[in-house]
Design a protein around this ligand. Sequence first.
Ligand code: GLU
Length: 505
Amino acid sequence: MSDKKVRVRFAPSPTGGLHLGGVRTVLFNYLFAKKHKGDFVLRIEDTDQTRYVEGAEEYILDCLKWCGLLPDESPVVGGPYAPYRQSERKSMYRKYAEQLVGQGHAYYAFDTPEELDKNRKEIPNFQYGQAYRDGLRNSLSLPTHEVTELLNAGTPHVIRIKMPTDEKVSFNDLIRGHVSFETNQVDDKVLLKADGMPTYHLAVVVDDYLMKITHAFRGEEWLPSAPVHLLLWEYLGWKADMPQWAHLPLILKPDGHGKLSKRDGARLGFPVYAMNLFDAKTGELTPGFRELGFLPEAFLNLLATLGWNDGTDQELFTLDELIEKFSLERVSKAGAKFDFEKAKWFNAEWIKKSEAASLAPGVKKVLEDKGVVIADEDYLLKVIDQVKDRCVLLPDFYQQAAYFFELPKEYDVNAVKPKWTDAKTAFFNELIAKQDTVTWQAPDLEAAFKTLAEEKAIKVGELMLPFRIMLVGGKFGPHVFDIAQLLGKEETFKRIKTALPVFSA
Ligand code: GLU
């Protein structure tokens, strides 16, 4: 690698939410930059005003914040190459488009949208390019004086690249190796629009150059644009500074071929966006991983493994480990199938491995949103430690932990009631009566419980499940004596007393 400082960019268009593939693009850029002690730039590519969606930029920023992938330079934090929003850089692009016209690599096109529509309707597979450009209204087909007149009269026009005939352009992709294209197959893309805004093609090249980007990781869907970009780098005389590109493999539908889409998520019942996305126009809510209860650490971990592995069996990686281990050689060319069950596995593993304190804010929100009152933060941490192994998604903490804070709302007694006896009622009453002799540590409590059962000649197994149901309400949860220890003596006895009439009724 050259000794230039590594600079990568994530360059989203603010046209909606962030698909998980978009976040993986961010992640790979970020990992590469951090591994090489480089800079990670966020550039907002908002030159297509017709596709602009209110709030989309905030969504992207929030998402990067949630994931902890913070840019070193962005529209918010600024940086030496500001502005980082292309609409604010509008005045910078025209001169490059004009330079290309001057060199004969681009031309003015005066065709109106109506004329182009007509062509598209009448000519099958119409493309503005070498096959048709001579018959259209542009500075290649019209006499020079007419072009000058049209320009002087301020006639609306665009600037298009003139794709060369019969050439091959190629580059070395960091993931796919040698990639080449026939120029004949590519149309004359618009570079500068009639309103003076550049298109993506011109803006991405100019900005990658001006912002000294050294490496660009982007989705495979951008590969067809590469020949246009390659020619622009060459024509503008910047070829030596062209970033090295890596086109990342697609994230595929779990049950077929093709890119995983928002619709697949709705069809199969899982999110494909990072966070909830609300479309104010249609009222449609697209669900996100964050709101479903994924931890950002798990989300990043699962994205990293979609198309990359470290060559060992290791599957769980912290962000620091990913930075250390990430290498492009281990990114696969083939698309990666998305598996939601596996995604949930990552989350469950991350919940298990996280400290209670780091889970606490999310768990607290889950519980409080359901009306559970949490008075003691230390107690919350202990509860989290008790139940976290049983939770896959954050909302599972409600089912698994609410009973630590409030009496069970109902008792699942169907299985135990038919076998209930007065002797069992007596057992529990005596357990309470003996309270001063029972220390409140799980092992001691368990021993006392068993001794009493022996004395009363009742099988312990017949008492444990009822005890659990008295404390929890159902047949789930950690070891019952651990639950009792955490609830405390007073609360445990209160629960026994409250539940006994239900059991013996
Ligand atoms: N603006 C493009 C997008 O929306 C960026 C593609 C690229 O990285 O070159 O994804």
